[in-house]
Write a protein that binds this ligand. Structure first.
Ligand SMILES: [Fe+2]
Length: 332
């Protein structure tokens, strides 16, 4: 059941962006935002009274500047990419087959490399967001960013085309005015998919002779710098693991793990932590303000971005004694 599903188009880079929510007044998620369109997304979020919780990039884009950092700065949302994307770009990474949840909705991450080595698709019931892996009557180029036509062949034929024929395809780009297709239509009519072997597919892809995207020299370095640097994390009341251990000895400490259940399954919480997923933090701090206001709060997450944002959120609520673990639990 998807009550709100919107497709935005950026005509400069021919990028599609998607906004999903289970209904007015509820949590929302955005896939593949474009920096220049941020105001448009925020306006719709406000109009529909939606709370942006998570924003996903399907891969590091080379043809437009991503809007993930701007949306994070303006809404304090979680930024998400796959585990193959370098650790300092987003605040949370997902693995193949992992679930991404917002209120009443779940997406499954499908690792579909080939266009780049960090390309993911995201499946939500009868819709699949295919990034630049599968386009409408096309496929994403494989000639830079560690692209590989053999990997892409497998991602297409072993993953995406095995979804039910009725599954709707929503790609990250279209250059010919198409907005949606289905797996069944693409199997039959996508010229790139009418091949009988990976070799045949690779020889098509290796002979496209495309010029580089116009924005590439700007987009790639910018998109690789979307996250909070360690320096920025330090400035937001950052502490080291040794400092955290020293502080943890005192009685007035509350140690808060901000990660999601899936992340804790992979790497368990520090001893004596309480678990408050980042998305619930603001509400929790408001509800427990009297209980917590005189305590020292120490936040931590996977890589230090959500915990740094938690400092901003808690300070805005007038909490005075807050700290966070720079670099997160993945770096200790
Ligand atoms: Fe791309």
């Amino acid at each position: 059941m998807v009550v709100i599903f919107r497709q935005f188009f950026d005509s400069v880079s021919s990028t599609y962006t998607y906004l999903i929510s289970s209904g007015k007044g509820r949590e929302a998620l955005i896939i593949d935002p474009v920096f220049e369109k941020t105001d448009q997304y925020i306006k719709l979020l406000n109009e529909l009274d939606l709370r942006l919780i998570k924003v996903i990039d399907t891969h590091i884009h080379a043809d437009h500047v991503s809007g993930i950092a701007e949306l994070r700065n303006r809404t304090k949302c979680i930024t998400i990419m796959g585990e193959q994307t370098p650790g300092d770009i987003v605040s949370m990474h997902v693995k193949d087959n992992e679930r991404i949840s917002i209120e009443k909705l779940n997406l499954t991450a499908l690792y579909t490399p080939g266009h780049t080595d960090d390309s993911y698709s995201f499946l939500m019931n009868d819709k699949v967001f295919t990034g630049d892996t599968l386009l409408i009557k096309g496929t994403g180029r494989t000639d830079f960013q560690n692209g590989n036509p053999y990997d892409q062949y497998n991602s297409l034929f072993e993953r995406l085309l095995k979804l039910p024929d009725e599954t709707y395809i929503y790609p990250a780009h279209d250059y010919k005015g198409e907005s949606v297709s289905t797996i069944g239509e693409e199997k039959k009519f996508n010229p790139r998919l009418q091949v009988s072997s990976a070799q045949e597919y690779a020889s098509i892809m290796n002979n496209l002779n495309l010029s580089n995207p116009k924005m590439m020299d700007v987009a790639l370095p910018t998109n690789k710098n979307q996250g909070f640097t360690i320096e920025k994390q330090k400035k937001l009341n950052g502490i080291s693991y040794n400092q955290l251990k020293k502080l943890s000895d005192s009685d007035d400490i509350v140690l808060i793990d901000l990660r999601e259940f899936n992340e804790i399954k992979t790497k368990s919480s520090l001893p004596n932590s309480i678990h408050i997923p980042y998305s619930n933090l603001q509400e929790h701090l408001i509800n427990k303000k009297n209980e917590l206001k005189n305590k020292k709060l120490i936040f931590y997450c996977a890589i230090g971005e959500r915990s740094a944002l938690a400092i901003q959120i808690s300070q805005a609520l007038q909490f005075k004694k807050t700290y966070h673990l720079v670099g997160g639990i993945n770096n200790i």
